[in-house]
Write a protein that binds this ligand. Structure first.
Ligand code: SF4
Length: 343
């Protein structure tokens, strides 16, 4: 048989692409890769073959785990529930600090993969008593078709869908996802466009557009800002980011300032000092953001939830465990304020 006609594991014709005189052009994310025959995409998991574009990441996750939803992190989305979490190889960014570079910066041909159809994933999630399925660890935008089909099958059976993502996606595929995704944690890496490009190889603006689209479509959003010493610890940039979030209506959406640990190409940097994270939190609260968390530092109460109105402690956490949750029907039991989120 002609090698070109062999259906390789995980290969499916992609969606959202066009054929141009220079090759097939993927329209999933702003990279808009144009690929000649046999060429692999920037995200390492799409390939041009026989005049068509194929995803190589359909139904072949390389990582599958059952996580507490708090690990995503999502702190205002069905606390203490389990999330069936999966990833395939591939990412449309090349972050210098990537903590999952062994799977994000390679192709599915280089990882050990499971075979799991969308229906199979949903069955496993239900059997394992998971409230949700999370598309996470690498960049789910690059396994768009697999995520979309799995999320559609999950929604039909009452299982929620979570996308943990850099938010670097074009509008049309994003709108398709908004029909089936219930919650997202989006990495907002820095508010400085130049630093963003140097750190990730991607642009900032499309991510802001994604946040606004999710907001408009009613997808629950939490935002993570990893503070990397010397890269994203500029308080002026943090102030501008917080002001933008407040102005755009994200005051009730959790903002997670997360501690950097030396990773990948930034192993010579120190972990983020606690004072930097504390100062960032002060800036965010001053800007008008009501739910600001400090992540990746256990034991300091940085991920406890306080009512924005009366300041009473509502949810006490210890790592990913919930020690106390006083929220009743989405409200503070003391002052009856509605606590934003899904409870
Ligand atoms: S999803 Fe991948 S192939 Fe498509 S444009 Fe983005 S980086 Fe390129």
């Amino acid at each position: 048989m002609d090698d070109q006609n062999i259906q390789r594991p995980g290969e499916r014709e992609a969606s959202h692409y066009i054929v141009t005189p220079r090759g097939v052009k993927c329209l999933i994310c702003p990279n808009e890769c144009t690929l000649k025959e046999g060429e692999l995409s920037d995200c390492h998991n799409r390939i041009a073959r026989d005049g068509k574009l194929y995803t190589m990441a359909y139904g072949n996750p390389c990582a599958v785990h059952i996580d507490p939803v708090e690990k995503k992190p999502l702190l205002h989305f069905y606390p203490a529930s389990l999330s069936f979490s999966l990833a395939t190889a591939g990412c449309n960014f090349a972050c210098l600090n990537c903590q999952n570079w062994e799977i994000s910066q390679v192709s599915p041909t280089e990882t050990r993969n499971y075979m799991a159809s969308p229906e199979n994933v949903v069955n496993q999630a239900i059997n394992e008593n998971c409230k949700s399925i999370a598309y996470t660890y690498s960049e789910p935008i690059t396994f768009f078709e697999y995520m979309r089909d799995t999320a559609t099958a999950a929604k039909a059976r009452g299982v929620k869908n979570i996308m943990v993502s850099n938010g670097y996606i074009n509008e049309e595929p994003l709108l398709e996802l908004c029909r089936v995704i219930d919650a997202a944690n989006i990495d907002l890496k820095t508010f400085d466009p130049e630093t963003h490009l140097k750190l990730t190889a991607g642009n900032l603006k499309p991510i802001l557009e994604t946040l606004k689209t999710f907001r408009d479509k009613g997808v629950w959003v939490e935002i993570t800002n990893l503070i990397i010493p010397g890269w994203t610890d500029n308080f002026d940039h943090i102030t501008r980011m917080c002001d933008w979030l407040a102005k755009e209506g994200f005051s009730g959406n959790p903002l997670h300032f997360s501690r950097f640990h030396p990773q990948h190409k930034l192993t010579r940097l120190p972990p983020t000092p606690l004072q930097t994270l504390t100062k960032a939190k002060e800036i965010a609260i001053k800007a008008g953001l009501n739910y600001v968390y400090i992540g990746n530092i256990p034991g300091i109460g940085g991920e406890d939830t306080y009512c924005h109105a009366c300041k009473v402690l509502l949810v006490k956490r210890n790592g990913f465990e919930i020690e106390q949750n006083l929220i009743v029907n989405g409200r503070c039991p003391k002052c009856q304020a509605t606590i934003p989120g899904r409870w």
